[in-house]
Ligand binder design. Structure first.
Ligand code: HEM
Length: 659
């Protein structure tokens, strides 16, 4: 048996052992069976957590293999190297295992949900019923389908681009179970689901990535130092993200510190935290010692410590799966429908003070804002440290945009936007117009292209090369065409509010995230094409930008008027379920929303007109300076009219006749 296979078996054994010990220690292995009450039986009691562990582990291995092929190992002009190709092929098998494990989890999940012995699941509609009508079952069915798709596509992938696409797809495949587990029944279900999703995303890159680097080391394959160095830089951020998302997941489920030692759930959390701190210490030791020794050609210390680290992670995984099947301590929740729908109590009647003070953490957009601010600041600091300059106007525009994003998604505005249509419209307009205008004036792509170093090896793809590849991709060329960007910007607004989409987006946490993301992205795309300072596939002349703006704004005004004229309440089911007892009639608030959509449009129009005027003036002065410089060198200015005028002046200068 190869060393790699031995290590993989050892990791599986450790994870399983940790799961069994934790099941026994937490009492999950021997629950009190009340006679007469249905019970799924011992096979399901063990089968379900084991298939979940198998599923999580297969997912992490698939992601680790695709990550290694895409980003840890150098590729050549976008084509995968020998090891990279091997890892993508291996990912195909890991993805098949992922799909099979998810199917096993469906079978045991059905037995567990219907509290019947697993043998009976096959003979009836239990299986299809669970797989197609239960949130948890549907999520697992998606994992089966996506797993099979990844397995098939990985068979034919030969470029770094296709491996990257598969990696993103695999990361997305982690999410359905996280968004439907008992996170969705916890006191703060939005925080719980987002926390768990971020937790799984970051730990899959961390654990999966380390797994493949260790595999690469024990197989003594070339370019280990490059892979380990690149992984080590990623691992720091994953470590931070796993810890932070873990803590937020705990805050969403536990309501008292004492729960950490008085409940089985809390004790498991403490155990995981100890493992986490140990893993942090090992990571630090790698950076202090083993990676340095490896760069001197001694990989042994790194391989040994990393293999130990992997076994500790495997044990933590076993523990984590039991944790996810352990009920958190019961909390008394307000028994009102609004709380179930919102994840927070119905806010009091709206006042300016409440809008300003009733902040509520939206972990997803708080993370987006932190990443946008952090990356931009890092870019500016790198330029300044290098002695390069970067415009403070752009920096303030960017941070102004990020600050507005935080206010629109975290302050009382976000809370009232969920219960009042007119406040929602203020949030929508801010996120789709004002925030994007400020962000595109910040020039993030230009900053990134200046701050990021080119890949060390010619033809390889580092972050800078990936950015240019994406910018030059056919997809970006198509969506960033001014006509397409404008159509998306206008049509999607009508499609959202005049179809059942809006109500669906308001009812589902994931739907609300997608709606808000869409506002931000469609707005950024549109304003990038007309006032963006970054390089874009299609550059409009200034007159063209004005034209696009003047064509678009009436559609916005008309949208506002259409809202004001609508006789029925949009998303009435959502607002009626909330049962709000204060505030005006729903239709009146909707008409206010229409007026806001109509009136609000003026502000961005003004901002865009100002930006176009400034950019036009700067362009003209730049051209004039260029022409002057050329003329000073006696060369042609490149403008026929100016050239003939300069020729005339030169002739006058030489005292020749003006004719
Ligand atoms: C500060 C340290 C950590 C904390 C506070 C933490 C907390 C949590 C919480 C609260 C959950 C949700 C459980 C549920 O569904 O109720 C979770 C899930 C999970 N954690 Fe952690 N965690 C930490 C570190 C880690 C580490 C280091 C690993 C692995 C190396 C890990 C692996 C997992 C996995 C795999 C799940 C999902 C289990 C499943 O649903 O299948 N966690 N964690």
């Amino acid at each position: 048996m190869t060393r790699a296979a031995r290590l993989a078996l050892m990791a599986a054994g450790v994870a399983l052992a940790a799961l069994v010990i934790t099941m026994v220690a937490s009492g999950a292995a021997f629950p009190r069976i009340i006679p007469g009450l249905p019970d799924a039986g011992v096979l399901t009691r063990w089968g379900l957590p084991i298939s979940k562990l198998w599923m999580d582990a297969s997912g992490l291995v698939t992601i680790g293999l695709l990550l290694a092929a895409t980003a840890l190992l150098p590729n050549d002009k976008g084509l995968l190297g020998k090891a990279g190709l091997g890892y993508v092929r291996a990912a195909s098998w890991a993805a098949m295992s992922w799909a099979a494990a998810a199917f096993a989890a469906i079978v045991f999940g059905a037995a567990d949900s219907f509290a019947i012995p697993v043998e009976q699941v096959f003979g009836s509609n239990y299986l299809t019923g669970f797989a197609t009508q239960y949130g948890g079952g549907i999520a697992l069915t998606l994992v089966v389908l996506f797993g099979v798709a990844i397995a098939l596509f990985s068979r034919g992938a030969i470029t770094a681009g296709s491996a990257a696409g598969l990696l993103v797809f695999a990361l997305a495949t982690l999410l359905p179970p996280a968004l439907t587990g008992h996170s969705s029944s916890s006191p703060n279900h939005d925080l719980a689901t987002t926390g768990l999703a971020l937790h799984l995303l970051s730990l899959s890159l961390w654990v999966g990535g380390l797994g493949v680097v260790v595999l690469h080391a024990v197989r003594r394959l070339p370019k280990l130092e490059i892979a380990a160095d690149r992984f080590s830089r990623l691992a720091v951020w994953c470590f931070v993200a796993v810890g932070a998302s873990g803590v937020f997941s705990v805050l969403a489920r536990l309501t008292a510190v004492s729960d950490l030692w008085t409940s089985a759930y809390g004790v498991l959390i403490v155990a995981k935290t100890i493992a986490y701190v140990l893993l942090g210490y090992i990571g630090w030791w790698h950076r202090q010692r083993t990676l340095r020794r490896m760069s001197k050609g001694e990989p042994r210390a790194f391989t040994r410590l990393a293999a130990g680290e992997l076994l500790l992670m495997a044990a933590t995984m076993g523990l984590a799966v039991v944790l996810s099947r352990t009920a958190p301590p019961p909390v008394s929740l307000p028994a009102d429908r609004a709380f179930d729908l919102l994840g927070f109590p119905m806010p009091p009647p709206i006042t300016i003070a409440n809008l300003a003070s009733l902040w509520w953490l939206d972990l997803f957009f708080a993370t987006v804002a932190a990443v946008l601010a952090g990356l931009y600041a890092a870019g500016v600091v790198r330029l300044l440290r290098r002695g390069d300059r970067w415009s403070w106007g752009r920096t303030s525009a960017w941070f102004g945009g990020v600050a507005l994003l935080v206010i629109a998604t975290q302050s009382g505005v976000a809370r009232y936007a969920k219960v009042m249509f007119d406040v929602h419209m203020v949030e929508h307009m801010t996120l789709s117009m004002v925030v994007p205008i400020l962000l595109v004036l910040g020039g993030p792509v230009t900053l990134a292209l200046r701050a990021l170093r080119p890949a060390a090896k010619r033809g390889d793809r580092g972050p800078r090369e990936w950015l240019t590849t994406i910018l030059h991709s056919r997809f970006v060329k198509v969506v960033a065409h001014p006509a397409i960007a404008t159509a998306i910007f206008i049509a999607s607004t009508y499609a959202l509010y005049f179809t059942p989409l809006f109500e669906a987006a308001m009812e589902e946490h994931l739907g609300h995230i997608f709606m808000t993301l869409h506002f931000l992205l469609s707005g950024s795309l549109f304003f990038w094409t007309i006032i963006g300072v970054d390089p874009a596939p299609h550059r409009l002349p200034h007159v063209g930008k004005l034209l696009v703006l003047f064509v678009t704004m009436p559609f916005h005004a008309f949208f506002g008027v259409a809202l004001m004229m609508t006789g029925s309440v949009i998303a009435s089911g959502w607002y009626e379920q909330l049962g709000r007892t204060w505030g005006g009639p729903l239709l009146e608030e909707q008409q206010n929303g229409g007026a806001i959509a109509w009136g609000f449009g003026e502000i961005p129009t003004l901002m865009v007109l100002l930006a176009i005027a400034v950019q036009w003036y700067q362009d003209d002065s730049r051209q004039a300076r260029r022409a002057d410089r050329r003329a000073d060198k006696g060369g042609r200015a490149g403008d026929p009219e100016l050239d003939s005028y300069n020729a005339y002046l030169a002739r006058l200068n030489r005292g020749e006749s003006s004719q």
